[in-house]
Design a protein. Structure first.
Length: 406
C-alpha cells in the first residue's frame, strides 16, 4: 500500500502557527504588490471565497478581513524538512512531491495502514502543530485522491476492493493531467466522470486527447498506476539568497543581518535533515548585475548557525567590497554529509555550548513555533501580527511589506 501525506493549507498554517494572533483568522500568503497572487489560503479565508492563484486584490474584495502575509520560503523549507524527517521515521521509502506533500511506500512497515496513518498524523501534530491529511491506497493515484477526499485534517484508506466504488463516481477533473483544455475536449464527447472514461475504449480516448494522454487516462480510469515511490536523493547543497528592495552598500548593517538570517535558516534545515556541510559559499550580485561567489572549506562539517555566520562574514569581508553597491546576497552550504561532529571537544566548552543552545532552540521552535525564539538582532518591531484587517503582516502605513522572520 502507498500513503500520501499532505499538509493542509501549508504556507498559511505555518504563518498562523508562528504568529498566534493569526489563529482562527482568514490568512493568505502571497506577494503584496499590485500583481500579487495568493499562494496559500487558510481554511477561514477559503470559507469566504479566497483561493490559491487568485489575485490578492480580488481576494481582499471577497474577504475584507483578510490578512495578507508575505511568503517566507526559507521558513517553509525548514518546516518541510522537519515534517519529512517525521515521515522518514515511518518508512524507508519517502518521496517528497513538494514542500507540503510526500508519498510513502508501506511495504515492510510493521503497522496496519490505518494505524500507521493515525500515528503519523499524531506525530506531526505533536511535533509541528500542523494538520496533515492522509490518503492510503494500492498505488500513488488512489492514495493521492484519497488524501484530497480526506481534507481537511482527515484520513481515508481505500483498499483494492474499494477502488471502483471510490474512483468511478469522481469527476474526471480529479485525475492527474486533466486540465482545462483536456476537460473541454472530454466534455465535448460527454465524458465528465471517471466512470465515463472507464467505459470509453482506449483508442477513442487517444483520438480525443492524444496518444500519450489518452493511454494515461485509460489506465487511471481503471485505477491502475505503476509509478513507484522513489526516495529523494540526498541534497548536495542547500542555502538561500535575498534580493534587496534597493541596492545597499557593502558596509550596511543589512548585509550582516541578512547573512545571519540565511545562516539561521540553513543551519535549521541541516539539522532537520540530519546532515552537516564543510563548504560555505557566499554569493554577491552587484547593482550592475555582475555576480561573484567565494567559498571557504572548513576542517570539520558544521550544522550550527554560529559557525556558518562566522565563516560567511569572513568570506564576505575577504571580497574587499568596501564601496560596492549590492543588490543580492546569498549563502550556500556544500559538501553535505551525514550528521555533524557529535562533540568536538578540541574546540572547547564554548563551542559545545553553541551546539546545545541551537539544538535547544530547535526544540522550542518545534513546540511553540519558529517565531518564539531567535537572535535578538533579527527582531523587527511591529512584525508579529497585523493589527488592522486588510493590512499585510509586517507592513507599516506607507511602506512595503517585508519578508517574515525566520
Amino acid at each position: 500500500m502507498i500513503l500520501h501525506a499532505d499538509l493542509d493549507a501549508f504556507y498559511a498554517a505555518v504563518e498562523q502557527r508562528r504568529r498566534p494572533g493569526l489563529a482562527g483568522r482568514p490568512v493568505a500568503v502571497g506577494a503584496t504588490g499590485p500583481r500579487g497572487v495568493v499562494m496559500s489560503a487558510s481554511y477561514e479565508a477559503r470559507a469566504s471565497g479566497v483561493e490559491s492563484g487568485q489575485p490578492v486584490v480580488r481576494a481582499r474584495r471577497v474577504c475584507p478581513e483578510l490578512v495578507v502575509v508575505a511568503p517566507d520560503m526559507d521558513e517553509y523549507a525548514v518546516v518541510s524538512a522537519n515534517v519529512m524527517a517525521v515521515l522518514s521515521s515511518f518508512s524507508r521509502k519517502v518521496e517528497p512531491a513538494s514542500l507540503d506533500e510526500a508519498y510513502l511506500d508501506l511495504a515492510g512497515v510493521p503497522f496496519r495502514p490505518r494505524v500507521l496513518a493515525e500515528l503519523l498524523r499524531e506525530r506531526v501534530w505533536q511535533e509541528q502543530r500542523l494538520a496533515l491529511s492522509v490518503g492510503v491506497g494500492p498505488n500513488k493515484l488512489i492514495a493521492k485522491l484519497a488524501s484530497v477526499a480526506a481534507k481537511p485534517d482527515g484520513l481515508l484508506v481505500v483498499t483494492p476492493a474499494e477502488v471502483p466504488g471510490f474512483l468511478l463516481p469522481l469527476p474526471a477533473t480529479r485525475l492527474p493531467g486533466v486540465g482545462p483544455s483536456t476537460t473541454a475536449a472530454l466534455t465535448r464527447f460527454g465524458l465528465t466522470t471517471v466512470a465515463d472514461l472507464a467505459a470509453t475504449p482506449p483508442d477513442t480516448l487517444r483520438r480525443i486527447v492524444g496518444a500519450a494522454a489518452g493511454e494515461q487516462l485509460a489506465r487511471f480510469a481503471r485505477g491502475e498506476d505503476l509509478r513507484p515511490v522513489v526516495p529523494q536523493r540526498a541534497e548536495r547543497s542547500l542555502g538561500g539568497e535575498r534580493t534587496f528592495p534597493a541596492d545597499v552598500s557593502a558596509e550596511h548593517e543589512l548585509i550582516r543581518t541578512t547573512l545571519l538570517r540565511l545562516a539561521e535558516s540553513a543551519a535549521a534545515r541541516l539539522r532537520a535533515a540530519g546532515v552537516a556541510g564543510r563548504t560555505v559559499t557566499v554569493k554577491v550580485r552587484f547593482a550592475d548585475l555582475r555576480t561573484v561567489t567565494r567559498s571557504r572549506t572548513l576542517p570539520e562539517p558544521v550544522d550550527l548557525a554560529h559557525d556558518l555566520y562566522a565563516t560567511a562574514v569572513q568570506v564576505f569581508d575577504g571580497m574587499g567590497l568596501a564601496r560596492a553597491r549590492i543588490r543580492l546576497i546569498g549563502l550556500r552550504v556544500e559538501g553535505l554529509g551525514q550528521g555533524a561532529r557529535p562533540q568536538q571537544m578540541a574546540l572547547g566548552e564554548r563551542e559545545h555550548g553553541w551546539s546545545e543552545l541551537e539544538r535547544t532552540v530547535d526544540r522550542v521552535r518545534a513546540k511553540f513555533g519558529t517565531a518564539s525564539v531567535g537572535p535578538a538582532s533579527l527582531l523587527e518591531p511591529g512584525r508579529e501580527v497585523a493589527r488592522e484587517p486588510g493590512r499585510e503582516v509586517g507592513k507599516e502605513p506607507g511602506g512595503d511589506a517585508g519578508k517574515g522572520t525566520s
